[in-house]
Ligand binder design. Structure first.
Ligand SMILES: Nc1ncnc2c1ncn2[C@@H]1O[C@H](COP(=O)(O)OP(=O)(O)OP(=O)(O)O)[C@@H](O)[C@H]1O
Ligand SMILES: O=P(O)(O)OC[C@H]1O[C@H](OP(=O)(O)OP(=O)(O)O)[C@H](O)[C@@H]1O
Ligand SMILES: [Mg+2]
Length: 284
């Protein structure tokens, strides 16, 4: 099983980090290599450009891949790829934008005009649906500059914080696509056990994110009071404590943001020896 991941750029590190947290440790370093073996002898990681990953999967050079939805749409390979999981990073929007003080305020103003983009396929598809038909010019970077040097009247480009658009005095006219990094597989292999296994491993990291494991001792006659204040995931686990007298151990998974309040409340309800730990993975 080969899984293609971004070799550089902003998606590289978070992707490797996620694989590691999912237990898929990369063997002997990932730097400057084209591929790496993992602790799982059946899984090899291929390093490719984020934009090439959809093609790798479609061609069968890799069975699975991690990249932005924008890249998959732009590749034109959406039909051959199955999206298995939203990995919830690399969140951005592809937007249509034009100079703030120019004469383009709406989509219809673009009839007969020019739009520059690194995403020509997505841009053409977007305009095909609107009935407006501007000329699309492909560039490979610094798209935000093109309206200021009379190369284009508007652009379709990525935005997340909005800083780049603002610095270049460009205003958003419309949203073209909302994207994030996702796990993809070739449609022919989605039901293979290894593919499911990898999906579950990555998903368990996302589920554990923002959750904490709470452990405490509780006198038996206070259990109901404690149970009432734990906003647990499927209710707490209750266990006997060796030589614990009348005390039992209560374990629960709690949202990180609820931890502070929950500790205060379980203490008030009679709990002691409260321990909070991180959760690496949570398979539901
Ligand atoms: N500002 C951003 N915020 C969030 N996600 C982004 C942003 N810019 C790009 N992305 C996501 O990351 C993907 C790859 O972008 P990135 O700039 O890291 O790689 P690249 O453009 O291939 O690399 P390079 O720019 O070094 O050639 C994009 O397709 C998109 O999904
Ligand atoms: O809304 P913002 O937070 O300003 O982000 C948007 C910018 O981020 C990306 O560029 P990147 O940083 O990847 O540089 P690049 O042009 O070298 O790819 C994208 O091409 C935009 O220019
Ligand atoms: Mg970039």
């Amino acid at each position: 099983m080969r899984i293609a991941v971004p070799n550089k750029g902003r998606l590289h590190e978070p992707t490797i980090d996620l694989l590691e947290r999912a237990g898929l440790h990369l063997e002997n370093g990932a730097d400057r290599k084209l591929y790496a073996e993992t602790v799982d002898p059946e899984v090899t990681v291929l390093f490719a450009r984020a934009a090439d990953i959809p093609e790798y999967i479609a061609d069968g050079a890799a069975e699975m891949g991690i990249t932005g939805l924008d890249q998959v749409r732009e590749s034109g390979q959406s039909d051959r790829l199955a999206e298995l999981l939203d990995l919830e990073f690399g969140r951005c929007r592809l937007v249509l934008a034009a100079p703030e003080d120019g004469d383009i305020d709406s989509l219809s103003d673009l009839a007969g005009r020019t739009v520059a983009t690194e995403f020509p396929r997505i841009t053409r598809e977007f305009f095909a649906d609107t009935g407006v038909d501007p000329e699309v010019v492909e560039v490979t970077g610094a798209t935000e500059l093109t309206p200021h040097v009379e190369m284009a009247d508007a652009i379709v480009d990525i935005t997340s914080t909005g800083t780049t658009l603002q610095v270049n005095r460009l205003a958003i006219i419309d949203e073209v696509l909302s994207s994030s990094v996702r796990l993809f597989a070739h449609e022919d292999v989605v039901d293979e056990p290894k593919v499911r296994e990898l999906r579950t491993a990555l998903s368990s990291v996302l589920t554990a994110d923002g959750k904490r494991y709470l452990m405490m001792n509780v006198p038996e006659d206070r259990i109901d009071a404690v149970r009432d204040v734990i906003p647990g995931l499927g209710g707490p686990t209750i266990m006997d404590v060796a030589n614990g007298g009348d005390k039992v151990a209560v374990h629960a998974v709690v949202d990180e943001r609820d931890v502070f309040e929950t500790i205060t409340e379980v203490k008030r309800a009679g709990a002691s020896d409260i321990l909070v730990t991180e959760i690496e993975r949570l398979v539901e």
